[in-house]
Design a protein around this ligand. Structure first.
Ligand SMILES: [Zn+2]
Length: 469
């Protein structure tokens, strides 16, 4: 088998000028040091060391994750690979400092990255990069079936962030609606008592590769103590669907930090059995990618919840506002919840649908004030509420228009290929296929005889929300 040794670059280098320059200096250093060594070869895309398992350094630093080889066994000792590993590691440390993390299986240390990821990046060495400034394809042009992993490497990197542990930082400008990550759970867990759950998780962790075990154990644990596996799993798991009692653990997605005004949205895609992350607003290169762990409550409630469940005091842009401005947000969130509860009341929908529809419009206005252009997921839900009210009273035209808005909002935060997005599309095309069509009354029937195509934008809004003009 042999013992592996080497170093990983954590986080990987970016394509920014400083990293590019540092990598060039490092390669110059290596070339100069080994200029008379016939075992050190310059290839078309790398410097190769004809020793052990032929460790290599690519010409492009952002495509480098690991320099390593087996250092035991006959081939290794005959070729002196251990000396190359040690010397190259020392040179890298001089230039890149603590980013260079040396490890040796002889001391039960393992690299940071998985081999699958290493090989995937290795395959890009001879491929040209996409231009950095080009915004990624919107989801409509990205069915999601192509290698999302390739996209990971270009869109973000994992970095250590002061006071926050690890997080995801955008490597380029990311357009609103872009799918940033698509990831299968490392494993899933169901709800059960902690003692029992700990045994179940221990068995699942045991079945993982050593590298995966190491990465799982490196995830944050907000309840250290007797049930360590359960602590990590509960701190990190994301529900597989909004009402699901099953949760998934992810090695990348679980590193995404929280913001009460996030720039990304997480969603379980049951067709793929994967979690997806989409940009809900444009994200600038260098900006942290965030999702919302909270239940969108006013600040004092959500901060308590974040402290209890995840062990941190939220210092996001919203929580850091001066008290007067924070109060405006808190008041809005109270109003949003009040309207949401009222709209969800079946009696209201039955007896006063016009007022419920007006409440949906008020809700949408508040959501846009609170979340700005990142409101898509809430817009999708509010428009679906308006759809349900219209459908229940047999109004096909408006129901279709509301379903279209919900559909467009879902594309942004879940992608065209999400089952919920596709469902909205089907309802947009045929609102009468909804099981509650006409369930409350037929009083809004016949709206489909009126086609609102000739209306101005303002007139259309008045028609849609049944406001008197
Ligand atoms: Zn916050």
């Amino acid at each position: 088998m042999g013992i592996d040794e080497g170093f990983d670059m954590i986080p990987p280098l970016s394509r920014e000028a400083k990293d590019v320059k540092d990598w060039e200096n490092f390669l110059d250093c290596v070339r100069t040091f080994y200029k008379d060594d016939p075992k050190v070869e310059t290839n078309s895309h790398s410097i190769g060391f004809n020793a052990g398992e032929y460790p290599e350094l690519p010409f492009e630093g952002h495509k480098f994750l690991r320099f390593s080889s087996k250092i035991s066994g006959r081939i290794a000792s005959d070729t002196g690979v251990e000396n190359y590993i040690n010397m190259v590691t020392s040179m890298a440390k001089i230039i890149f400092g603590p980013r260079v993390q040396h490890w040796s299986e002889a001391f039960d240390q393992y690299g940071h990255y998985g081999w699958e990821e290493i090989h995937r990046v290795r395959e890009t060495w001879d491929k040209p990069d996409e231009p950095m400034s080009t915004a990624p394809d919107p989801p409509a042009a990205e069915p999601g079936q192509q290698s999302a992993q390739d996209k990971h490497l270009k869109l973000f990197e994992v970095q250590q962030l002061p006071g926050k542990g690890r997080g995801l930082i955008a490597l380029c400008d990311i357009a609103k609606g872009t799918r940033i990550v698509r990831e299968k759970p490392l494993f899933t867990i169901d709800s059960m008592p902690p003692a029992q759950l700990d045994k179940v998780i221990a068995a699942k962790v045991k079945a993982l590769s050593k590298e995966e075990q190491r990465q799982f154990l490196a995830l944050h644990n907000n309840s250290p103590g007797k049930h360590a596996f359960t602590g990590i799993a509960k701190t990190n798991c994301l529900p597989c669907g909004s009402d699901s009692t099953t949760g998934g653990i992810y090695l990348t997605i679980c590193l995404i930090n929280h913001s009460c005004l996030p720039n990304a949205h997480n969603n379980w895609n049951e067709d793929y059995e994967e979690e997806t992350i989409h940009a809900t607003k444009p994200i600038k290169a260098g900006e942290e990618i965030t999702i919302d762990y909270s239940k969108a409550d006013p600040s004092h409630i959500r901060q308590q919840q974040l402290r209890n469940s995840f062990g941190f005091d939220c210092q996001c842009t919203l929580c850091s506002l001066p008290p007067q401005q924070l109060k405006l947000s808190d008041d809005r969130r109270v109003q949003i919840q009040r309207l949401d509860d009222g709209i969800g009341d079946p009696m209201g929908m039955l007896s006063r649908p016009g007022a419920c529809l007006a409440d949906c419009l008020s809700l949408l206005k508040l959501l846009e004030e609170e979340y700005g252009e990142a409101a898509s997921i809430f817009v999708a839900r509010a428009c679906y509420d308006a759809f349900q009210i219209s459908v229940a009273h047999s109004d096909r035209s408006r129901a279709s228009a509301f379903a279209e808005r919900a559909y467009k909002a879902r594309i942004i935060c879940e992608g065209e290929d999400s089952p919920a997005t596709q469902r909205m599309k089907r309802l947009m095309e045929n609102p009468a296929s909804h099981r509650n069509f006409g369930a409350c009354s037929k009083k809004w029937k016949g709206s489909d005889k009126f086609l609102p195509s000739s209306l101005s934008a303002d007139e259309f809004e008045s028609w849609l929300w049944r406001r008197a003009t």
